[in-house]
Every structure is written in structure tokens, then in C-alpha cells.
Ligand binder design. Structure first.
Ligand code: T4K
Length: 375
């Protein structure tokens, strides 16, 4: 069977007819941005949908991360994971704060609480963990550390839209959580993001910060930035909300199919669902153990690409191995053995709602035979 390009992800799109109708309303109102009616409605709808108190929407997730650190006036050193998209650490750097990398666990690829504790210094003010692939961090252990040492916790929840722990949104943990609504995410507004917070005062401060620090027409209360989401994207987001749960259900079918078909393939490890967690199936990472599979992750990656299947090596290279950060003491590979190993072996397979299960079977079959052939 000839395979047309199969990408690691494809965005969900709202109904064109419904979106056209909302665009017509925007055209009539001529309110294009600056906290217009769709912006306000979208924030309320998101808070209700996600089961959180306050949501401040942003132009993208990176600006939301930068602003989250500003909102809590974080300084000094922030402990974070190297196993993420580079924006996580960049947001710390853009605030003039020193990132300190702590290693991850081999079971869920999230920051290891034990390693957080040993990275704390008198300059540490906050922890910036990531719920990688939407798998929740060990939120209880992180909360305990934060309480013990008086640290703030800002979760990079870019992958964690609609993820729940025992029915409660994962976004309710920590001081703040930051979402990304980029086109490649489970829920998208083309570009976009949000900060979730738990009290009105913090929400107000975040709203000032994302609008240049303006409080009213003539008062600037902080050195803010322009990070507002416009009306066209807020309206698009409102429509997306209607279908996101069924999109997650379709993703789940894809994930379960991969797991079923890759089960027993020597050297290929799939992450499993965690008991009590409502997952969003935003990614489908596999770990390629060369000693058992027979070939490396990179060889499998090339093999699939030659067949028009485009998996991604999220997250290779590790952030700590980029030139900007590799000089930091905490970036040394000897400090991050688990993360370096994961970055070498992980491969994210295509997953999106309308990826048909026949194609999943084809991809799984190719993975199976490629390993066997070369053992
Ligand atoms: N924190 C974490 C943990 C993150 O993962 C991210 C973003 C952020 C923070 C920052 O949030 P934002 O500021 O982005 O809101 C992508 C995304 O650009 C990025 O948002 C995302 N993480 C990161 C993991 O992946 P690329 O370079 O891999 O995307 P790209 O353009 O190669 O797209 C991948 C595939 O998706 C393409 O091969 C085809 C498909 N695609 C992509 C786009 C953009 C489509 O089908 N349609 C599209 O419009 O970075």
C-alpha cells in the first residue's frame, strides 16, 4: 500500500461553516482584539471545561510561560527538566533567571522529585516541571518539596489539556499552570496558550502583564508585554472546545491500537496509561532499546521517513545539550543520565484523531518487521 505523507500530528479544525458565522460577527463588531467579547467568553468557557477557577488566554504558550514567571516575581534560580521543548528553559532565560536542570525518571520522563531536592540552593525560588506527553508529574511529591523549601511551582502544562488525576484537573496543582494551544497540540487556536491560576488577584496581575501592564487608560502598573490573544483565535477556540473530547476519544483508539500491535515487539516499549489518570493521548512515544530491537532509534526514524511516515524525536536533543545551555554545571550529561538516555531512544509516532487504524497497522507492521529483519 502506498503511503501518503503521515505526519506526527495533524490539527483538529472547527467546522468552516460555524467559524464563518463567528467571523461575520467579528466583522460586524469591528472588535478584533484587546479583550473583546470572544476573548472573554473563551476564558469563561475554558475555565468551565477544564474544571479550574481562572484562565488567562495568551497569544502563545511561550509568552504565557514568560509571563507566569513574571507574575510570581520569580528570580534567582529555577529548577527545571531538560527533557522538554526548548521554550520551557527559554522562558526562564528570558526572565534573567538561571535554569538549573534536574534529571527525569525512566518511567514517565518527568522531572524526578528526588533530583529536584538535591538541586536546591539558597538562590532557588521556583520549580518549573513539565507534564511531558501529558503524563502528570509526581504532583504530590513536588508540592511537598515546594512547601518544605518555600518554593513556587509553575507547571509547563503545554501537553496537558484536559488531563485529570482522579477526576480533578492536573491544572489545579502548583501555583500556576501554562497551556499551549499551538496547531500541533490536542487543543489548538492556531497559535495560543493560557495561564491557569487559582485566585482573582493573580488573574488580575496576569491580565495587566499581558496587556503592557495597563490598568485602565492612563496607568501602567508593571513592565508588561503584549501577549493577548485576538478575537479571531478566541472564536476559533470556542468552536474547538465543542469537539475536543471526541478528538481525545479518537486519539485514544489510535494509542490503544499501537499498544496492541506493538505488544511483544522485542525492544519497543510503549508508555501505558497510569491508573486514575484521564489521559489526552497527545503524543505516542515509544522507546527503542537497540540491544533488543536490533537497530537504533535513528535507523528506525530514517526507515519510516523513507516510507513517507514522519515520526519525531521529541525531545532530542535535550535542552541541556543546546549551545546556549550546555555550559551550565547542571547541564553536564553526568548530571542527567536518564534524560540523555531517553533523548537517544525515544520516538513519537503519528497520532491524531483522523489517523485511520489501517495506517496505524501499517506503521506498526513496518516497525515490527524492520527490527526483526536486522536482528
Ligand atoms: N512547552 C512545551 C512542553 C511545548 O511542547 C511547547 C511547544 C511550548 C512550551 C511552547 O508553546 P508554544 O509557544 O508553541 O505555544 C512544535 C510546536 O511548534 C511547538 O508548539 C511544540 N511545543 C513542539 C513540541 O512542537 P515543531 O517544530 O515540531 O512543529 P512542526 O512545524 O515541525 O510540526 C510538526 C508536524 O505537525 C508537521 O510535520 C506537520 C504537522 N502540522 C504542523 C503545523 C504547524 C500540521 O499538520 N499543521 C500545522 O499547522 O514544533
Amino acid at each position: 500500500m502506498e503511503i501518503k505523507n503521515i505526519y506526527v500530528t495533524r490539527p483538529c479544525l472547527p467546522s468552516l461553516e460555524e467559524y464563518t458565522e463567528l467571523l461575520r460577527r467579528i466583522w460586524e463588531s469591528k472588535t478584533l482584539t484587546n479583550s473583546g467579547p470572544f476573548h472573554q467568553e473563551f476564558e469563561r468557557a475554558l475555565a468551565e471545561h477544564l474544571g479550574v477557577k481562572y484562565v488567562a488566554i495568551f497569544a502563545n504558550g511561550t509568552l504565557a510561560l514568560i509571563t507566569a514567571l513574571q507574575a510570581l516575581r520569580i528570580t534567582g534560580e529555577v529548577i527545571t527538566t531538560p527533557f522538554s521543548f526548548v521554550a520551557t528553559t527559554h522562558s526562564i532565560w528570558w526572565n534573567g533567571i538561571k535554569p538549573v536542570f534536574a534529571d527525569i525518571t525512566g518511567s514517565d520522563y518527568n522531572i524526578d522529585p528526588v533530583r529536584i531536592e538535591s538541586a536546591i540552593t539558597p538562590k532557588t525560588t521556583a520549580i518549573l516541571p513539565v507534564h511531558v506527553y501529558g503524563n502528570p508529574c509526581n504532583v504530590e511529591a513536588i508540592q511537598k518539596i515546594a512547601r518544605t523549601y518555600g518554593l513556587r511551582v509553575i507547571y509547563d502544562a503545554a501537553h496537558a489539556f484536559d488531563v485529570r488525576i482522579n477526576g480533578d484537573s492536573v491544572l489545579n496543582f502548583g501555583d500556576l499552570s501554562v497551556l499551549s494551544f499551538h496547531a500541533t497540540k490536542v487543543f489548538n487556536t492556531v497559535e495560543g496558550g493560557a495561564i491557569v491560576c487559582h485566585d482573582e488577584e493573580t488573574k488580575q496581575r496576569i491580565d495587566y502583564l499581558k496587556n503592557f501592564g495597563y490598568d485602565g487608560e492612563t496607568t501602567v502598573i508593571a513592565p508588561g508585554i503584549n501577549a493577548k490573544m485576538n478575537e479571531l483565535q478566541a472564536a476559533y477556540g470556542l468552536l474547538q472546545l465543542k469537539s475536543v473530547r471526541s478528538c481525545i476519544e479518537s486519539r485514544k483508539l489510535v494509542a490503544y491500537k499501537y499498544r496492541e500491535l506493538l505488544k511483544g515487539v522485542s525492544g519497543i516499549r510503549c508508555l501505558q496509561d497510569i491508573q486514575g489518570v484521564g489521559h489526552n493521548y497527545g503524543h505516542f512515544p515509544i522507546l527503542v532499546e537497540k540491544s533488543n530491537y536490533g537497530v537504533s532509534r535513528d535507523a528506525l526514524y530514517d526507515f519510516l521517513r523513507q516510507r513517507n511516515i514522519f515520526p519525531r524525536k521529541y525531545f532530542y536533543p535535550l535542552i541541556s545539550n543546546f549551545p546556549t545551555y550546555m555550559g551550565l554545571d547542571s547541564a553536564q550529561p553526568s548530571n542527567l543520565p536518564v534524560a540523555n538516555e531517553a533523548a537517544k531512544n525515544v520516538l513519537c509516532l503519528p497520532i491524531y484523531p483522523d489517523l485511520d487504524l489501517g495506517t496505524v497497522a501499517t506503521i506498526s507492521g513496518l516497525i515490527k518487521t524492520f527490527g526483526r529483519k536486522t536482528v
